[in-house]
Design a protein around this ligand. Structure first.
Ligand code: F1P
Length: 350
């Protein structure tokens, strides 16, 4: 068995999510205790993977609670809050940060707290963090603690936990489906490895493109980030149909296009797939493909979840592809070169 921390963290996420499910009622109780006041809208924010997490969680919160919610990179809220929030906004802010120490996220919280009297909740991977200390409440998902630099099991666990919180606030409409997630993951992890590992180990592939739309666009974005962070490959992500308008120019036999299809994409997938196939590129299709072809590999997830919950069950796909690519390239997937030099930003007024 590989000795990398990333391996154990990726393939241990089903067990971690079982623990996240157990802790959901306590977290919901603490959230409810905070939410006595009114708030105008929900703001989800973070950096890097945590920003993708914010987008996915914000999508689900809007779906089940009908709440006006926006998800933005922390740097945008820090630099231009008035572009996104009316002066009289009183937002409920979820600041997502596995380390709880990312400076842009902390500075964004301080900006929204000071300018908009925001109610702030730190969603972290550790208790007692710098971001937790500037928030009204800290919910620490320490069951998902990781040693690796790139977020994997923590991404899935925290997304799952945020969906459980929203569902709890909505009266449990998705409870039966959400309870299945740990079992779905334990079934999927091994099956996914069988399908994605040959692509990861094919060094003739050098371009990695990830497509998704709606609830699955951030899933595509996160898969691309993992490929860059863990395997140091240039990887890009696009909204599915947007790819047809310019970015597809990059396609050739060295390209792997991973598609996370949504129901709304269905009427257009045959056209998109035929355009991709015309370029000798290969396709990893996460679901039932409308087109059969030797260069289309179906990853048939048989995940019986509604689209709004699929991101929880799909996050591991990009993680596994990136992990096995890193191993194939002789990279250490546990340490991402660029992160060694990340410097903490100071507040402009400091
Ligand atoms: C933010 C982050 C991660 C990314 C990488 C570098 O960290 O950008 O999302 O995957 O690990 O740091 P955090 O705020 O989530 O701790």
């Amino acid at each position: 068995m590989p000795e990398h921390n990333s391996f154990h963290e990726i393939y241990g996420q089903a067990q971690v999510c079982a623990e996240t499910l157990k802790r959901a009622p306590e977290r919901l109780k603490r959230l409810r205790a905070l939410l006595s006041g009114n708030y105008s809208s929900i703001v989800m924010t973070g950096c890097g993977s945590s920003q993708h997490l914010a987008k996915l969680a914000g999508w689900y919160w809007r779906e089940v609670l009908g709440a006006e919610s926006i998800a933005l990179p922390a740097s945008e809220l820090l630099q231009r809050p008035r572009h996104f929030l009316k002066d009289d906004s009183r937002p409920l802010v979820f600041a997502i940060s596995r380390t709880g120490g990312t400076s842009e996220t902390r500075l964004a919280v301080e900006t929204l707290r000071d300018r908009y009297e925001a109610t702030t909740i730190a969603i972290t991977g550790e208790p007692d963090t710098p971001i937790g200390r500037v928030c009204d409440l800290e919910l620490a998902f320490d069951e998902s603690r990781e040693k690796s630099v790139a977020m994997t099991q923590a991404f899935t666990s925290i997304l799952y936990g945020l969906c459980l919180l929203a569902d709890g606030m909505a009266g449990g409409i998705d409870a039966a489906l959400l309870n299945q997630v740990p079992e779905i993951l334990s079934r999927q992890l091994g099956e996914t490895e069988t399908i994605v590992r040959p692509f990861a180990e094919d060094l003739s592939l050098t371009r990695f493109i990830y497509l998704g739309s709606g609830a699955l666009w951030p899933t595509a974005s996160e898969a691309a980030l993992k490929m860059t962070e863990m395997a140091l490959e240039t990887a890009v992500e696009h909204r599915t149909l947007e790819f047809r308008h310019g970015p597809k120019a990059i396609l050739d036999r060295a390209a792997l296009v991973t598609i996370f299809p949504t129901e709304a994409d269905e009427p257009y997938l045959t056209v998109l797939l035929n355009e991709v196939l015309a370029t000798d590129a290969r396709v990893l299709f996460v679901g039932e493909s409308p087109v059969s072809h030797e260069r289309i590999q179906v990853l048939n997830t048989r995940v019986d979840l509604p689209e709004r919950l699929k991101p929880i069950a799909f996050a591991h796909i990009g993680q596994e592809l990136a992990y096995w690519r890193a191993v194939a390239r002789g990279c250490n997937p546990d340490v991402s070169r660029h992160l060694v030099r990340t410097v903490m930003l100071q507040s402009p007024t400091a």
